[in-house]
Design a protein. Sequence first.
Length: 757
Amino acid sequence: MALIRRNIWTLFVLFVVLSSVMLAVIAVYRWQGIVHDAQAHHQARVSLIANASHSAFLYQEMLLEFIGRELLQDITHNELMNSQHSPLLDHLLKINTSITAFGLALPDGELVRVSSNGDLENLPNLLFHPASRDSFLHALRSPKMVLGRTYFMPALNEWVIPLRKALRDEQGNVVAVMTAGVHLERASDVFSRPLSENALDNVVMFRDRDGYIQYTSFAQSDNIHDLYDDAQDNSVVNAVQLAVQQVSKLDLAALKASGEVYPYRVNRGDRRLLGAAAFDNRFELWLISEVDEQLVWDEFCVSFRLYMVLFLVLQVLAAWLFRSIANKEKEQREQLVHMANHDALTQLLNRHSLSQITDEYFKTEQPFSLLFIDMDSFKGVNDNFGHDCGDQVLIELARRLRVQAEPDDVLARLGGDEFALICPHVERDVLSVKVERLIAAATHVYSVYGFEFQLGVSVGIAIYPEHGSNLNGLLRSADIAMYEAKKQRNSLCFYADNMEKQYLRNIKIEQALRLALQNNELSMVYQPQVNSQGRLLGVEALVRWHSAELGFVPPDQFISVAEHCGLMLPIGNFIIRQTLTEMHRLQTELGQVFDVAINISLRQFTQPGFVESVLYWIDQQPLARHSITLEVTESLFIEDIDLVLPLFQTLHDAGIRISLDDFGTGYSSLSVLRQLPLDELKVDKSFVDHICVDNTARQMIQSIISIGKNYQMTVLAEGVETEEQANLLHSFGCDRFQGYYFARPMRVDDLRIYLQA
Ligand code: C2E
Ligand code: CA
Ligand code: CA
């Protein structure tokens, strides 16, 4: 169980781990996808600005070349420095809005023609002015157009890139340098739109030669002057070059010549950047579009938030699911534990938990008493009204016992109709009061399925440690005491050492009795019943058992054992059939008819179909029904009167006689007698014994005889041993006599001789 429980949570952990791994894989893919998209974006942007700037510069170069040639012609035709303003330049300036100023300088740096927006008074010498000297010198050396350092034009409030193009004669000597300032935002549509909105997402154009920035898309920054005015230490360009080289796997020269766009990722300071770069070989420019990876990461985080939420929801759902499974399982486990410790029918503790609880008592050696409670006549309910009915009775009994039990008591069902109650009291008087109360509660009428039962309980009591040192020993002692209590029914009995012997004897009897039938150890004897003249009227069939193991066992001893251990039915059937067979044979043989009395145990009586089978067996022989008497002990059926009354009636209606055995020892009231269809009262031997000496016994017999007469019943006195007794009984009006004085019980062969005599 614990294993399953642990497994459920192991499974959950596994689920969490697996789903986390899955989430991580998704995250990695998602991140790579976003990085890839970002790089593609920057590659496209670099490609766009590279093309745009290249064609813009190319156009400007052509224009400078053309204008320069025009102006040179003009200069040669007119006097040099006639007028530095050039109407042509002014005109071109008007058409080219991207150009902020034009100028033509001689190789010595002196400007000889400028557009009219130039300050004629303060025209700088391009060779000597620190800001222009470097690019001017470079232009003198270069066949291509050269870009100067981007500078700020306060008049226009714009950043301008100076362009210089050397003009050469046929020999290749520089004759002049055409110069202009271009405003990139107006030179190309691409630059006219804001390329980025963020300092972290940037497009930059670097001059390869010295790392000066020619253009940066992020122009809002406060340090823009620093950006353009400060020579870069080339580390930015170098790092990009290196990264791009690694991606392209080309050497620097080949890379520059390729004109391709390459993605890269670099660390700059504490930042990590992602972007793409291309080199404009003609204008010696690095074009870079890059973004701080933090932005990409932010984008990733936003897009991943949904996955994260889904993941968390899934985890919560799974946790809930696993918890409900675990709870369900826990519930089942508790139920199983409950089932293992409780009796399913009554919900009382079972023997197993009783043993666990008493183990604790034994450990502490704390004295306690064990009550063995057994329902009287419960089997009859089960047999006659079905097990459903029996179950309801048991549930009700359990309920009553529970009500009676005190908080410190432990009540358990041992099985069948047996219950045990552990009680901390050991004083006999306290216990007696308690058990009397318990018996009284258990004896109330049970109403089940419209039937009413008058049942009771017998209670055997054993005390720890006197009567047993462990549960089995105590249960055994209490069971022995209960067995004793059963003799009285509805009573209690404390265990006593002498009971043990009887108990062991009964166990031996039970074991041997199980083999008695198949070993033909049972036989019948018959005791004559006579009238006052000594003439035989009938016989009482009495069973005899000569056990191979125990020797002769009197019926007084084994009949009660047979009743308790369920052997009464087969033995009873043997008695009836054997008696009927032997008596039918004898009567036929002698041509003599007499009554036959058979003792019937209540166990037999309450067996379903009993009456039918008895009638069947009688008719089989065939014997006259009115010659058959069934003897039933008063004390046995008195509590089950509702049960036996209809059976008595059926038998009576079928012509069978019924005799109430041992009359006077039970508690039959006259009202009970009146209800029953009885044919005979059998006065118990105990009264006959004392009839000659005891006045009370004499009066008792006299009243029994008159009651019997009153109800038109035959009165039979049993155990008549002397002539005196016989005479006295006769004088009281007794009809029949049975006893050693007349004849002892005898085998069928002896009975034949007796009858013939
Ligand atoms: P019970 O039905 O009252 O039987 C009469 C008992 O008294 C018999 O003892 C009988 O032998 C004995 N008895 C008869 N006359 C005298 C006498 O003058 N003096 C003395 N001292 N005893 C006399 P038994 O056969 O030992 O039976 C004892 C009890 O066992 C019976 O009492 C009956 O309750 C039971 N029992 C005997 N046979 C059967 C049987 O076949 N079926 C059933 N269910 N019970 C039987
Ligand atoms: Ca009898
Ligand atoms: Ca009797």
